[in-house]
Design a protein around this ligand. Structure first.
Ligand SMILES: [Zn+2]
Length: 110
């Protein structure tokens, strides 16, 4: 009976050791991959590039893809996402869109 318990214990210990070895191998492989990337571009540069691209995708990319647009009424430049489109023109606010549409030279003249 003692031998049987000992075998079970040995089984669990060996599995635990195998897990540890696998994790160690995975870490080693990841370390090699990172080392390879570092060799290609420099450790700090690669890390900064990864962080920068991540932050850019999360925060600054919409702003980069958000050109300033001139309000057809007052000429104020407004980010495209905040501008209002009316009658084929872009405006900084809904008031200016209404003003522009209600102008005598606007579409009402036709
Ligand atoms: Zn305006």
């Amino acid at each position: 009976m003692r031998n049987f318990l000992f075998l079970i214990l040995l089984f669990f210990v060996s599995q635990w050791l195998l897990k540890k070895l696998r994790r160690a191998n995975e870490r080693a492989q990841q370390g090699e991959a990172q080392a390879g990337g570092a060799a290609a571009g420099g450790a700090n540069g690669a890390h900064r590039a990864r962080n920068g691209s991540g932050n850019g995708a999360a925060g600054s990319t919409p702003q980069l893809a958000d050109p300033l647009i001139r309000c057809a009424q007052c000429g104020v430049h407004t980010p495209r996402s905040e501008s209002i489109v009316a009658a084929g023109e872009r405006f900084c606010c809904a008031d200016h869109a209404r003003h522009y549409a209600s102008r005598p030279t606007g579409r009402d003249a036709r």
